[in-house]
Design a protein around this ligand. Structure first.
Ligand SMILES: Cc1cc2nc3c(=O)[nH]c(=O)nc-3n(C[C@H](O)[C@H](O)[C@H](O)COP(=O)(O)O)c2cc1C
Length: 116
């Protein structure tokens, strides 16, 4: 029988995940107009981390204001975004898992299509 690895740790470079359960990036469209997180994001990432995933990807974080899919996307184009995002990251760490950010810039896609 194939051994079950889902609940065994996984070492990735300097980080050891407590298990191999991964939450995919899932856009929530609930950020403030300037891309800042709010109380929703604390609760959302807190609730997800309660399940004990080894790794949690954030929803896409826009690296520029112009690169957002919608005006309600979370941003990471300014230092002002960092405290709120770090807050959600801390909540995930309290649950023993790790958080990875995922980033978006839809302008890159537009440029690719224009030049295809
Ligand atoms: C509601 C929703 C929001 C999503 N938001 C993002 C996102 O922000 N960034 C991203 O890369 N993928 C996003 N995805 C894609 C998912 O991360 C995932 O790749 C997709 O649901 C396929 O998952 P599966 O291969 O486990 O079936 C989203 C999917 C859903 C259903």
């Amino acid at each position: 029988m194939t051994p079950m690895h889902l609940f065994s740790p996984l070492a990735l470079r300097g980080v050891t995940l407590p298990n191999r359960i991964v939450i995919s990036p899932m856009q929530q469209y609930r950020a403030e107009p300037d891309g800042l997180p709010n109380a929703f994001h604390r609760q959302h990432y807190g609730r997800l981390s309660l399940g004990g995933p080894g790794l949690l990807f954030t929803e896409a974080l826009a690296v520029t204001a112009a690169g957002r899919v919608t005006n309600s996307d979370l941003g990471i184009w300014s230092n002002d975004h960092l405290p709120g995002l770090a807050d959600s990251g801390r909540i995930v760490r309290e649950g023993d898992g790790s958080a990875l950010i995922s980033a978006e810039d839809v302008r890159a896609r537009h440029l690719t299509l224009e030049h295809a």
